[in-house]
Design a protein around this ligand. Structure first.
Ligand code: GDP
Ligand code: MG
Length: 163
C-alpha cells in the first residue's frame, strides 16, 4: 500500500523545510532567494516501524497572475488524488491569511485526512498562537518548528496512525 504524505500550503510557510526534516536529507530543490521550490519532490520518511513517501509541493512562482489557480492545479488537486494524508502547512508568524483560506476551502472537500500544521512554532510563545488556526474548522492543529524539530514527533504519531 502506498503511504503518501503530501505537504501543501502557500509559499514560504516552510513546506520544503518540513519536507527536509521528515525525509531527513536535503534533496528538495530550493531557490535560495525566493524560498520557492521549483519542482515537486518525493522522498522517504520513517517513523517508528512505518515507512512513507513524502511529497514536497509548490512548483509555482510568486507573483503569477492567479497564484491560487496555479496552486490548485499543482498542489491541491495532486494532493487530493495522490496522497493518503495531507499536511496543510500554515505560518504561525503570519496568522491565518486569505490564501490559507483559499487552500482550506478546497481541502475541506477532501475525504482524506488533512492535518493543519502550524509551522515556525520555534518558541513556547509561538506554540500558543497555534490556537488561532482552530478557526479553520479543520480539527486539531499541530504546532511544529520545521527548523528545530519541535512538535514533529506528535505530528508523525498522528500521520502514521493511518499507515
Ligand atoms: P516553502 O516555500 O513553503 O517551501 O517554505 P521554505 O521551506 O522554503 O521556507 C520559507 C522560509 O521560512 C525560509 O526562510 C525558512 O528558513 C523559513 N522557515 C521554515 N521553517 C521554519 C521554522 O520552523 N521556523 C522559522 N523561524 N523559520 C522557518
Ligand atoms: Mg518550497
Amino acid at each position: 500500500m502506498a503511504n503518501i504524505v503530501a505537504i501543501v500550503g502557500r509559499p514560504n510557510v516552510g513546506k520544503s523545510t518540513l519536507y527536509n526534516r521528515l525525509v531527513g536529507k536535503r534533496d528538495a530543490i530550493m531557490d535560495d532567494h525566493s524560498g520557492v521550490t521549483r519542482d515537486r519532490h518525493y522522498g522517504t520518511g520513517e517513523w517508528t516501524d512505518k515507512r512513507f513517501t513524502v511529497i514536497d509541493t509548490g512548483g509555482y512562482v510568486h507573483g503569477s497572475d492567479d497564484i491560487f489557480e496555479g496552486a490548485i492545479r499543482s498542489q491541491v488537486e495532486m494532493a487530493l488524488e495522490e496522497a493518503s494524508v495531507i499536511l496543510f502547512v500554515v505560518d504561525i508568524y503570519d496568522g491565518l491569511t486569505g490564501l490559507d483560506n483559499d487552500f482550506a476551502k478546497v481541502l475541506r472537500r477532501s475525504k482524506k485526512p488533512v492535518y493543519v500544521v502550524c509551522n515556525k512554532a520555534d518558541t513556547t510563545e509561538r506554540v500558543q498562537m497555534a490556537g488561532d488556526f482552530y478557526a479553520l474548522g479543520m480539527g486539531d492543529v499541530y504546532p511544529v518548528s520545521a527548523s528545530n524539530g519541535y512538535g514533529t514527533g506528535e505530528l508523525l504519531d498522528a500521520v502514521t496512525s493511518h499507515f
